[in-house]
Design a protein around this ligand. Structure first.
Ligand SMILES: Nc1nc2c(c(=O)[nH]1)N[C@H]1C(S)=C(S)[C@@H](COP(=O)(O)OP(=O)(O)OC[C@H]3O[C@@H](n4cnc5c(=O)[nH]c(N)nc54)[C@H](O)[C@@H]3O)O[C@H]1N2
Ligand SMILES: Nc1nc2c(c(=O)[nH]1)N[C@H]1C(S)=C(S)[C@@H](COP(=O)(O)OP(=O)(O)OC[C@H]3O[C@@H](n4cnc5c(=O)[nH]c(N)nc54)[C@H](O)[C@@H]3O)O[C@H]1N2
Ligand code: SF4
Ligand SMILES: [Mo]
Length: 875
């Protein structure tokens, strides 16, 4: 497959960013380089983007390969009506016996396959949009607007995430929208919001890491998951930092640690409770900072009282001396950083574990200054931006609550609708599938996720999707999820769609389009706008370009927690990214918080945006179709020509959605902001960027807020009273503990060469051949108990299902724990086994812990193959 470049530099180089992890390394594509890929380009690290340290990891180097895969979906595909059961497959069929029945041929999701399976018939966009819209309208007429749901993903650009949320609320008028970030950052988000009043993955720029003297990495395997962050850690070590890793496994990350704590999954709150006990008992905490800048110390004291380190040592198996040494070392260090990730967050106690690590950071006073801070390492490409602009069930753009009347009013005004029209909050990602099983949700649109592979207890998800009356999947490939779809629509790859993303630091940057959309594939935002037209809501979705969507997003975010209103495409391009919050010029005062975060979001927010819109002259995107000329505003595919797909708008009335723009009373706003500023609890103070932390001098040229690389300068937090909140955490057991029937713990995670559900990396030969299938890592002592040898097959059984895998002996893993990566589907999906228990607040599933039984299957070792080759094969 070939792609046509659109915006090459004079030397033929194309600029892009890796599509995989949250580092978002800049990539230069060099034509016909030495290692030219299927597209005829070689990916090299971009010298321009300040994040990656002149390196790309193996995924980045091969990131363009899947975009040229012969299995790419290039035109809309409709489920063949004649496929027996209406084209949908039996519940659980993807995994069980039915998976091998006649249906299997139609449901091929083989990564190497040359194109969509015979289950499908190619169709035009017109047919697709007409059919989908009419079925949605029919279902909504029969069952109400909430019978249709939207499921998004954190790989999508800010513009698409924003539009998906708007599409759900304005075009579908459904409350049911959520996204795969629920499986990813939701516990960290809940914890950071509670403790700090703001959820930005890292509170500091990556450049701060080398300045840290003590770094604790808990449940984060950076060497495999954000490999280009390793040089920052190595630089810190070089300058004398002590590095501690806390993980049930020895990982590539723990290799560079000074201290590694092998912790049984689920014990983080307990372990860190022991450390906090030491800090308090020995008076090592930063009393001045804690009394001036935090609240809740007594709660912490009470909660950790019963957990002296000797008791914690007995309960966790971690040496008492290690607990004391880390506590003392971290407290005594001049600067310190704690990073957490999914290891401890993807648990029914994930919010509490995170809060406990935040307690540690706060008690040590390591926050808000260079080389210090807390961070939860964001996962997906746009895992940060994706959780800020309304793709969450309870959220409106700018990280606002959908239940906050002021936020509703503000966003409704930007969208040109009556606030009363905005639906209320829906349910979380996994719970959406429950709503399908209950019969409430009848149709679903999925963009940028493969939940049949990536959801816990995934047989239930497959069963739910099998029950839908309409499933639309927009993807590059016929994924395991698409196997249940009625329509599979061709999305564009990261190379073909312009947009902005927000990396793990909170740095918003612009990703240019490098190639024209492959085949008839359509950038996601254009698909959404085209469908909105068909649904009769086109007037709210007319944009001349994707930057138009961004401008609206900025206005909608103005005054919110994640304030992008001071950004524009031109500023982002010039500065190589800006860190949020970045309020619009002249709006900075207005962004200051009132006493309560809710009040701030409500009051400050809605009115600020009015001002923003005024400054911009009422939003160029909604000048109305007449001014725009046929189809120019409209997302219809070029192939259709003439805007035939957007016939609707004339009847809808022009530009009504921005006519009102009852712009806020600026004078009143200023007065309010000034009063708030006088309280001294302003967001500006909280986020005040010091000059040294400004990302690029260019950001300042021509005015404009410089962005906020480091949060909480001066120890001021955007909460009531400006203080951070400490939380007393009582350690609690996971949803499933080991018991006589299931005597071990299964934990799941990632490998360096694969990405999430594997939809892209399993289709990338160079990556897939290194890890063609999942392998169960277990301790040699446990293997001996099970009479298992390296390379033999082991059966893992949990309360939900059973899976056979090759065993790999890993001396570094906790002896009662087995680790399996989750990058495969069908019979190889570890999510057949995982527990779908959810955290009561964040609704995060417990991917990281479930009770498991293991037994040896039959030896598969070929006696001819020497042991070393076996090792290589499975690494
Ligand atoms: N190569 C690669 N990189 C990726 C991804 C990928 O799929 N592949 N995905 C991206 C995404 S979306 C995300 S969210 C991130 C995830 O990045 P990480 O969270 O770093 O990745 P995981 O492998 O899920 O989990 C990290 C570690 O947690 C450990 N762990 C398990 N249980 C516990 C526990 O109870 N306590 C502690 N302290 N540790 C525990 C695991 O052994 C594992 O080493 O990576 C991003 N980067
Ligand atoms: N057992 C277990 N399960 C887990 C986890 C775990 O640690 N253990 N981690 C969880 C985490 S942290 C995450 S983030 C989830 C993620 O899991 P998923 O949500 O399944 O994520 P992906 O595999 O990235 O799926 C993205 C899909 O979108 C497609 N795609 C890529 N770019 C675009 C685009 O621009 N437009 C469109 N329309 N489609 C696109 C890809 O081809 C792919 O099929 O998995 C979760 N599941
Ligand atoms: S996967 Fe992450 S670290 Fe690797 S090149 Fe891509 S963005 Fe960079
Ligand atoms: Mo994630």
């Amino acid at each position: 497959m070939t792609l046509i470049p659109t915006a090459a530099n004079p030397d033929g180089r194309l600029r892009t960013h890796c599509c995989f992890c949250s580092m978002q390394c800049g990539i230069d594509l060099h034509p016909a380089g030495k290692a030219a890929d299927a597209l005829g380009y070689e990916a090299k690290p971009s010298p321009d983007f300040p994040v990656a340290t002149g390196k790309l990891c193996q995924k980045g180097l091969h990131s363009i390969t899947h975009a040229a895969h012969p299995g790419r979906i290039l035109v809309p595909h409709r489920r063949q009506e004649e496929s027996g059961d209406g084209g949908r497959f039996l519940p659980g069929g993807a995994f069980g016996a039915a998976g091998r029945s006649a249906g299997a041929a139609r449901r091929r999701t083989t990564p190497g396959a040359a194109g969509p399976s015979p289950a499908w018939r190619p169709a035009s966009w017109t047919e697709a949009l007409d059919d989908i819209a009419s079925r949605i309208l029919r279902l909504q007429e029969q069952h109400g607007p909430d019978s249709v749901a939207v499921f998004g993903g954190g790989s999508l650009t800010n513009e698409v995430c924003y539009l998906l949320g708007k599409f759900a609320r304005v075009a579908l008028r459904t409350r049911y929208v959520d996204y795969n970030g629920r499986y990813c950052m939701s516990s960290a988000a809940a914890a950071q919001q509670r403790a700090f009043g703001i959820d930005r993955g890292l509170n500091f720029p990556l450049d701060d890491i080398p300045k840290a003297k003590y770094i604790i990495l808990a449940g984060t395997n950076i060497a495999e998951c954000q490999p280009t962050m390793m040089p920052y850690l190595l630089a810190a070590k070089k300058q004398g930092a002590v590095l501690v890793t806390i993980d049930p496994r020895q990982t590539l990350t723990s290799k560079i640690a000074d201290i590694h704590i092998t912790l049984q999954p689920g014990h983080d709150s307990l372990l860190v409770g022991g450390m906090l006990h030491v800090l308090l008992e020995e008076n090592l905490y930063d009393a001045e900072f804690v009394s001036a800048r935090t609240e809740g110390l007594e709660e912490v004291r009470e909660a950790v009282r019963p957990f002296p380190p000797e008791r914690v040592a007995a309960l966790t198996g971690v040496a008492e001396e290690t607990i004391r040494a880390v506590a003392r070392g971290f407290a005594a260090a001049e600067t310190g950083i704690v990073l957490t990730a999914r290891g401890l967050e993807q648990q029914v106690n994930g919010v509490e574990h995170t809060l406990q690590y935040i307690n540690l950071c706060l008690l040590a006073g390591h926050i808000g200054k260079p080389g210090s801070g807390f961070g939860s390492v964001t996962g997906q490409a746009n895992g940060q931006g994706g959780r800020e602009h309304g793709l969450k069930a309870d959220q409106l753009p700018g990280y606002r609550s959908i239940e906050d009347p002021g936020a509703r009013e503000h966003v409704a005004r930007v969208w040109g609708i009556d606030p009363a029209e905005l639906p209320g909050k829906g349910v979380s990602a996994y719970e959406l599938f429950g709503k399908i099983l209950d019969g409430g949700i009848k149709a679903m649109i999925i963009l940028g996720s493969n939940p049949v592979v990536s959801s816990p207890n995934n047989a239930r998800v497959a069963e739910a999707l099998g029950k839908l009356e309409l499933l639309v999947v927009v993807d590059l490939f016929e994924t395991e999820t698409a196997a249940y779809a009625d329509w599979l629509l061709p999305g564009t790859s990261f190379l073909e769609a312009e947009g902005t993303l927000t990396n793990l630091e909170g740095r918003v940057f612009h990703r240019p389009q490098a190639f024209a959309p492959a085949g008839d594939s359509l950038p996601d935002y254009r698909f959404l706008c085209a469908l909105a037209e068909r649904l009769g809501r086109g007037r709210y979705f007319r944009y001349t370009s994707v930057s138009d969507v961004f401008d609206e997003l900025c206005r909608a975010s103005a005054g919110g927690i994640a304030d992008y209103s001071g950004m524009s495409y031109s500023r982002l391009k010039e500065a190589q990214g800006l860190f949020w919050p970045c309020p619009a010029a002249g709006e900075e005062e207005a962004a200051k918080p009132a006493g309560q975060p809710e009040e701030r979001r409500a009051g400050g927010a809605s009115e600020t945006a009015g001002g923003g819109a005024a400054a911009e002259g009422g939003g160029g995107h909604c000048a109305g179709p007449a001014a725009e000329g046929e189809g120019s505003h409209c997302a219809g595919p070029a192939a259709e020509g003439g805007g035939s797909h957007c016939a609707g708008p004339a009847a809808e009335g022009e530009g009504s959605h921005c006519a009102g723009s009852a712009f806020g009373d600026k004078a009143r706003l200023r007065a309010g902001a000034a009063a708030e500023a006088a309280n001294g609890n302003g967001l500006e103070a909280a986020i005040g960027a010091e000059p040294g932390a400004v990302p690029a001098a260019a950001a300042l040229r021509g005015g404009g807020h410089p962005g906020t690389p480091r949060l909480f300068a001066g120890g001021v937090f955007p909460r009531a009273g400006g203080r951070a909140r400490l939380h007393g955490i009582t350690p609690r057991p996971p949803a499933e503990s080991a018991d006589p029937d299931y005597p071990y713990l299964l934990t799941t995670g990632r490998l360096a060469g694969h990405y999430l559900s594997g939809a892209q990396t399993r289709r990338t030969e160079a990556l897939a051949k290194k890890a063609p299938e999942p392998v169960a890592e277990l301790h040699p002592a446990l293997a001996e108990q099970l009479r298992l040898r390296q390379g033999e097959r082991v059966r893992l059984t949990t309360r939900r299902g059973s899976l056979e895998l090759t065993a790999r002996l890993a001396p570094g893993i906790h002896p009662k724990t087995v680790f399996v990566p989750f990058h495969w589907g069908g019979e190889l999906a570890v999510n057949r086994l995982t527990n779908d228990a959810l955290h009561p607040i964040s609704r995060m599933p417990e991917f990281k812990i479930c009770a498991v039984r293991m037994e040896r299957v039959e030896p598969v070792n070929d006696p001819e193959v020497p042991e070393t080759e076996q090792l290589e094969k499975i690494q």
